[in-house]
Design a protein. Structure first.
Length: 191
């Protein structure tokens, strides 16, 4: 794993040394950030189910204003800390240990995110709860991205957003969501 572009380009990131954590491949990460493009610069980013921190670190490398990393596993939190330190990142991020939905409730009221990147385990049982929590902290013009197994059914829409694009690569898929107006149309398109 490595940082693909930006300030920390080429830095190698440590991968987990334990079973059960599936880091986003460099190919899929590159696809994700190519789709997001200029939206990353200056964005407030939430890296949910952070794992190694690769998605949030990539966002910081590409000019995100801040990243909040959330993961429940203490080993993952330690790995994020190690990878952030290895890249020489000293500010602009917060790491929260806890369940995703519970941790989002600890984010200060009124703090909305421009980008919410969710990468739960592909067989994660509480996906609906995590999706609802992610929607609740998304800014009105924000984008929510859910990485999931290509074979898994994911929501077409939530309480306040609608899927507008899905990109597949191998067995993985990225579903992009935007806020929907009252007529059910997306408010802004993702290129």
């Amino acid at each position: 794993m490595r940082v693909i572009a930006g300030r920390y380009k080429g830095r190698k990131l440590k991968a987990p040394a334990w079973e059960g954590l599936r880091p986003t491949s460099d190919r899929l990460k590159e696809t994700l950030f190519n789709v997001l493009g200029e939206r990353v610069g200056g964005a407030r980013v939430l890296d949910g189910f952070a794992g190694s921190g690769a998605l949030g670190i990539e966002a910081l490398s590409r000019g995100a204003a801040s990243v909040t990393f959330i993961d429940e596993d203490r080993r993952a939190v330690a790995l994020v800390e190690e990878n952030v330190g290895h890249c020489g990142i000293s500010d602009g991020y917060v790491i929260i240990r806890g369940s995703f939905a519970g941790a989002v409730r600890r984010v200060p009221a009124g703090q909305a995110f421009d980008l919410v990147l969710l990468d739960p385990p592909y067989e994660y049982a509480n996906l609906a709860e995590a999706f609802a929590a992610a929607e609740g902290c998304l800014s009105p013009d924000g984008i929510l991205v859910l990485e999931h197994a290509r074979r898994r059914d994911v929501p077409e829409r939530g309480a306040s957003c609608r899927r507008i694009r899905t990109v597949t690569a191998g067995d993985s898929a990225l579903s992009f969501y935007r806020a929907a107006d009252d007529a059910g149309r997306e408010s802004v398109e993702v290129p």
